[in-house]
Design a protein around this ligand. Structure first.
Ligand SMILES: [Zn+2]
Length: 130
């Protein structure tokens, strides 16, 4: 393998253990209360937006690695910063998905108020679409 790329990947490996925790902790504290009140549709939009940003990060990471491979080495700090960004985006997305799951578990039919189960598509009491 290209020596520069190997060095870059070594740096990434060395810092792998410390990435997840701190980024996740930071993301968990942000805007928690506002999201408790957010509608399911809004949560799904936020989740989709986060997925889009993750894809963007992965594209940039790919460019950085490929540039290194072709002899234009990427600064490892820049790469690590991008990886950390993915960590916090993923942590935030996991948190929103968790909120969305809890929302589904606590769902009630908007028409008759009967409790609905997580995967119900139609209300078990009145038959309306949930
Ligand atoms: Zn109903």
């Amino acid at each position: 393998m290209n020596e520069r790329l190997e060095t870059l990947l070594d740096t990434v490996r060395r810092t792998a253990g410390q990435l997840g925790g701190t980024a996740a902790d930071a993301a968990w504290g942000v805007g928690k209360r506002a999201e408790e009140l957010m509608s399911a549709a809004r949560l799904r939009l936020r989740i989709a937006a986060l997925e889009g940003r993750e894809e963007g990060c992965f594209a940039e990471i790919g460019e950085m690695l490929y540039a290194t491979h072709t002899g234009h080495p990427t600064d490892s700090d820049a790469l690590l910063e991008k990886l950390r960004e993915v960590d916090s985006l993923r942590a935030e997305r996991a948190r929103l998905e968790h909120l969305l799951d809890r929302r589904r578990e606590a769902a009630v039919c908007p028409v008759c108020g009967a409790p609905a189960r997580k995967d119900d598509v139609f209300c078990r009491a009145c038959g309306k679409r949930l």
